[in-house]
Design a protein around this ligand. Structure first.
Ligand code: ADP
Ligand code: MG
Length: 477
């Protein structure tokens, strides 16, 4: 269906999933409860059209005054006032449009579209306009005819906003859905008590599979998130450490430090609870960055990998952060079960048949050696499932408790990774931990949030612009 010419919305994350943009000259219904971002979405569509595609635009509003619109938009960085002075934008204040004079109002819109040769139009909202119709069939026909004139004859791509009352989730069934070339529903809901926003594409002409859902945020403007993408590192570089503060170890990520209000407290236990369907690479974005931040400052890291991760993968990750062979051998200690054919490596400690006490003592000794050698605190990353699956829940928990106490005593840091399927353990560890993060999935996006300290949901993306993998976290507000 590449035949349909598309109008890029310029809205981050959206165009890629709707075949490049809206169908040119199409009528797009944008529906949602109050406060779901319909005005923000529409304003971005107009502003991007004017600023980046030379397409003039009109905002026809039955809902808010010009002053309110202009000042709200200026806060988002959209200077519509300047564009208006340049005759590239026009705001039609129709709040006072008289009931019964619908056709006059619509004629006004048409003549403004013709006058400035607008290629993009927003009508805010159909709901306000429809009230003036007294619900007659004829009136809807008029609306249909006139909207067709604007879109098809004048070639003006139009967003028709539909206000969905609170408590309702459906687009109000009316003529607008039947004549629409596209329908997008904006939603606000809750996930674990935190605000979650998403959009659903219910219909889009020229697109084979609608029903796409994307997570979105209004942070700094309207932004949608395509499903999590693994990015390829083009020019590998060495990780640049982030300095710690008096109270906190930096997590190694600016975004994560900001989300946590500083970083991981010194001497603390951190629980990272991994949800269903979270890939290793995804949670590694959060855990590996802290390991990079320790090792590139000459500090030791002890790792008890989760199932599915071995020393070879860890070596690969370390190399991705730019660590040298010598640093890997000197600063890393990876604990694995011995298997037939295993070739000894300086950074690998093999275990077979030890009791959990011996296991933990071995870790503590390794930690002591690393501390002595580097003169610095050590990071321990423990895949709890490995301990649980080998020694059972009770033994694993007491070992993890010992780890937490040790971290406090030595002012070091202990990160526990907990895979899904251990709800009871999660509760106990959460009570023990100073920091508790959860990683979960929604519509293909990976979400990270703090249980302790409590934070908003954040969308996790992979950033490789610096030559190594960095977690990019955007709050959903
Ligand atoms: N500058 C801003 N930055 C972040 N959020 C904002 C800003 N301005 C308004 N908001 C919030 O964005 C939400 C959506 O606004 P809006 O696009 O007007 O929704 P709708 O048109 O669907 O009612 C509102 O809850 C509002 O509080
Ligand atoms: Mg609005």
């Amino acid at each position: 269906m590449s035949g349909t010419s598309r109008v890029p919305t310029g809205i981050s994350g959206l165009d890629a999933v709707i075949g490049g943009g809206f169908p040119r000259g199409g009528l797009i219904v944008l529906a949602g409860n109050p406060g779901t971002g319909k005005t923000m979405f529409s304003a971005s569509f107009l502003y991007n059209g004017i600023a980046n595609y030379g397409e003039r635009g009109i905002y026809a509003s039955f809902a808010e005054s010009k002053e309110t619109f202009l000042s709200n938009m200026l806060e988002l960085g959209f200077d519509f006032k300047r564009l208006e002075a340049e005759e590239r934008f026009s705001f039609l204040d129709l709040m006072t449009a008289k009931e019964g004079a619908v056709s006059t109002t619509l004629e006004m819109i048409i003549s403004e579209v013709s006058r400035i040769e607008a290629k993009r139009l927003v009508i805010d909202s159909f709901s306000a306009l429809a009230q003036a119709f007294r619900e007659t069939y004829e009136a809807r026909i008029i609306l249909h005819t006139i909207l067709s004139r604007i879109t098809k004859i004048l070639g003006c791509t139009t967003i028709l906003i539909v206000e969905v009352p609170y408590g309702e989730e459906r687009v109000g069934l009316g003529i607008e859905e039947f004549v629409a070339d596209g329908i997008i529903l904006l939603k606000r809901s809750r996930l674990d008590g935190r605000i979650l926003r998403d959009l659903e594409i219910l219909k889009m002409r020229g697109m084979p599979t609608p029903e796409t859902q994307l997570v979105l945020t209004l942070k700094g403007g309207f932004k949608a998130f395509p499903p999590f993408k693994v990015k390829v590192i083009e020019k590998p570089c060495r990780f640049e450490p982030r300095p710690d503060t008096k109270k906190f170890f930096s997590t190694g990520s600016q975004d994560l430090d900001e989300m946590l209000g500083g970083g991981y407290p010194r001497g603390s236990l951190v629980l990272i609870e991994i949800g269903e369907q979270i890939a290793t690479l995804q949670y590694h974005l959060i855990s590996a960055i802290t390991a990079y931040n320790f090792t590139t400052q000459g500090r030791g890291v002890i790792l008890i990998p989760s199932s599915g991760v071995d020393h070879n993968l860890i070596r690969k990750k370390a190399e991705e952060g730019g660590l040298t062979e010598d640093e890997i051998n000197r600063l890393l200690r990876v604990y694995i079960r011995k298997y037939p054919g295993f070739k000894p490596e300086p950074f690998v400690v093999t275990l077979e048949g030890e009791s959990i006490t011996e296991y933990v003592m071995s870790c503590f000794n390794a930690e002591y050696e690393l501390m002595k050698e580097t003169g610095q605190p050590v990071l321990r990353i423990v895949g709890a499932d490995t301990l649980i699956d080998t020694y059972g829940v009770k033994e694993a928990l007491s070992a993890l408790r010992a780890c937490a106490m040790r971290a406090r005593e030595t002012e070091s840091l202990c990160i526990i990774l907990l895979k899904p399927g251990y709800p009871r353990v999660a509760k106990i560890l959460s009570a023990m931990a100073d920091v508790h993060l959860r990683i979960t999935r929604e519509h293909g996006s990976v979400l990270v949030y703090g249980v302790k300290p409590r934070t908003n949901l954040h969308v996790l993306e992979m950033d490789v612009s610096k030559g190594y993998p960095i977690p990019k976290l955007t709050p959903i507000i």
